[in-house]
Each structure stands twice: as structure tokens, then as C-alpha cells.
Design a protein around this ligand. Structure first.
Ligand SMILES: [Zn+2]
Length: 256
């Protein structure tokens, strides 16, 4: 682990300013490696003729694919026993059923869907994490028949934990991912704010048979978020923080 080297007073002030609200966390991938096979499903939102948000020449489908690829690459680099599937690996159209059926057939331990917001307000910025809000259907869960339309209900507690850890690690100040880079010693803090964890009635989440979340990585309408989500380095940073949130969830829930 590297120490922060303070070269001058102004730099020190700058560090205090950006790090004051971020909790310093040790990336869990630095602590523990899995002995067990774990399957992660990443779902890059939209694709093909479904562009998602199309704003100032930027397509949501490309941002979601870039982030998903980076998360996959980082998960595999950390742990060769990790199995990572993506619902799409290129610019391909998929409907919700395609995504759900693929994810469930791979019997994943975690499902993560990546999207961006478009809220026409400069005052709304940052990422947001969703997990399923279902009606009270505990009775239905006791029946013999599996109701695929509401299968997520049996994973709600785990999905809530996954969402909280994801938020915690996206907010956190982490050690730089490549801490061999000289002259670059400050902690890794995402420039994007957290809008927090929310529950939603979601067509995609309700039929996913594993702990599942949707991450809206930012509001593309917002000027700052637009610049962050079109910056390759920040895309890489977002993937790093999301990956650490997944690893921490796996450690805390004894998958690892
Ligand atoms: Zn979307």
C-alpha cells in the first residue's frame, strides 16, 4: 500500500477538499481471493437499434458496454476462478426476456445491469443504485409452482446488501488501482456523487433468479456527468469501484 506524499501545502488542501466526504476503504480484492467458483452476470443496458439515451452524439448503449467490459476485465484479473458472463459482448439488440433468460440459465451469484439516466435538470447528478421493490407476495413464494415473474422476491435481502455495498464502494476513497504509478499517490475517489440506493418495480429485476441490482452511473444531461461518462479514465475508475463493491458483497456473504 502506498503512502500519500504531500509535496506542497496547496496540494494538501486540494486533497482534503476532495476526500473529506469519502470513507477510506481498503479494496477488498487486496485482502482476499476466492477459492470458490463465483459467477457474475453483467448486463450492459440497451444495444443494437436500441440506443438508450442519445445525447450530444453519445449513445448510452456504448457507455454501458464500455463500463461492463471493464468490470469483467477487472473481476477476471483479480480472480481466475471468477466466471463472468455478459448478456451482450458487442453492439447487439436484446429484449428484456433475452437478458433474463440468459442470466438465469447461467445460474449467476450476482446480476448487475448498467444504465445511465437522462433527467433534464442541471441540479441532478451522480449515480444511483436500484434493487427490486416487490408487492408483498410471501404467500405465493410458499406455493410449489415457481412464479418466474416474481422470482426476485426470494433474493430481495441479498439484493439490498449488494446495492448497499455497491454504493459504499462507489463513494469510497480507494487505493489507486495501479499503485505503481509514480507521482500519482492520491486516493481513487469517483468524481460522481452518490444519489443513493433506491427500490424500484423493475421489469428486468423481477424475473432475475439471483441477487440483482441496476446501477444508473450518472445523469447524461448534467454537464459534469456528461464529461465524466465520456472520459475513458473515469469509465475505468467507475468499473474499479463497482468491481470492489461486488467483491466486498461476495466476501461478506461468504461466497468467497
Ligand atoms: Zn438505460
Amino acid at each position: 500500500m502506498k503512502r500519500i506524499i504531500i509535496n506542497n501545502f496547496l496540494f494538501f488542501l486540494f486533497l482534503i477538499n476532495i476526500a473529506y466526504s469519502a470513507q477510506n476503504l481498503i479494496p477488498p480484492s487486496d485482502i482476499q481471493y476466492s477459492e470458490k467458483k463465483v459467477t457474475i452476470i453483467i448486463d450492459p443496458g440497451h444495444g443494437g437499434g436500441d440506443w438508450g439515451i442519445n445525447y450530444r452524439g453519445i449513445y448510452e448503449k456504448n457507455i454501458t458496454l464500455d463500463i461492463s467490459r471493464k468490470i469483467k476485465e477487472k473481476l477476471l484479473k483479480d480472480n481466475p476462478r471468477m466466471v463472468v458472463y455478459m448478456t451482450r459482448v458487442d453492439d447487439q439488440f436484446l429484449n428484456i426476456n433475452d437478458r433474463v433468460n440468459y442470466a438465469n440459465s447461467q445460474k449467476g451469484d450476482v446480476f448487475l445491469s448498467i444504465h445511465c439516466d437522462f433527467i433534464p435538470s442541471e441540479s441532478i447528478s451522480g449515480y444511483k443504485i436500484y434493487y427490486m421493490l416487490s408487492d408483498n407476495i410471501a404467500e405465493k413464494q410458499r406455493t410449489e409452482l415457481i412464479n418466474w415473474d416474481t422470482i426476485q422476491t426470494s433474493h430481495i435481502n441479498s439484493s439490498g446488501k449488494l446495492a448497499s455495498f455497491m454504493d459504499q464502494y462507489m463513494r469510497a476513497a480507494l487505493i489507486k488501482e495501479d499503485n505503481n504509478i509514480t507521482g500519482n499517490d492520491e486516493d481513487d475517489v469517483l468524481p460522481l456523487e452518490s444519489r443513493g440506493v433506491f427500490r424500484i418495480k423493475s421489469f428486468i429485476l423481477k424475473s432475475i433468479n439471483m441477487p440483482a441490482v441496476v446501477v444508473e452511473v450518472g445523469n447524461i444531461y448534467n454537464r459534469n456527468d456528461f464529461s465524466y461518462l465520456t472520459d475513458k479514465n473515469i469509465i475505468n475508475q467507475i468499473a474499479y469501484h463497482i468491481k470492489e463493491g461486488i467483491i466486498n458483497y461476495l466476501i461478506k456473504t461468504n461466497y468467497q
